[in-house]
Design a protein around this ligand. Sequence first.
Ligand code: HEC
Length: 198
Amino acid sequence: MKKLTVLSIIAASLILTGCGESSTGAEAKASSEKAPVAQEAKAEKTMKCGEGKCGGNKKSAATEAKEAAAVAVSKATEAVKEKVEEVKAKASDAIDSAKTAVASATTAAKEAVAKVTAPDGKAIFAKCAGCHGADGKTKALGKSEIIAGQAEADLEKKITEYKAGTRNTKGMGALMKGQVGGLSDAEVKAVATYISGL
Ligand code: HEC
């Protein structure tokens, strides 16, 4: 009966202390000559501990916890990755639409500036209408060709030549030079475009 009590104390102590932990009390009792069996049990237990077999339940619970933690961590990592991808996709969408918005705003701004700065061909033609007719279909001073509807590039070339003083088809080149000499290249182009459309 006494032996049994010692044994159960040793057993309890082993379970409580687990593998490798100090169990001086139990050892002290086990080392007493009164309990050689207990000593054997302790030795066997220690061997098993050495092989990693002791505290089976305790260990597997810890392993389970570890595994569960690992699963949770990998799930969390996965979730974070997904979120990151989601955020990345959203961000790149936002960047794309911002780019598109900037591009169209730039285009609109350029168009607005072009409209404001582009010479008005119709306004320029006002001073030509006296000789060439409001519709551009009058032979200026009874001499010039009808300019309405001529190709834009031809008109631009002819006006530029008058500007340079190199064109004179009816002996009135100098007169035309006086008319168009002050026009800028952009104004020549604008009035040519307008006359071509008459
Ligand atoms: C005072 C009258 C007069 C005015 C104003 C005038 N022109 Fe002329 N234009 C002429 C005469 C005359 C000619 C023929 C010149 C020549 O001898 O080549 C001519 C020729 C031209 C031609 C060449 C036609 C061709 O096919 O050979 C063009 C283009 C032209 N004018 C454009 C203009 C424009 C643009 C303006 C206004 C900025 C203008 N003219 C203002 C009298 C005028």
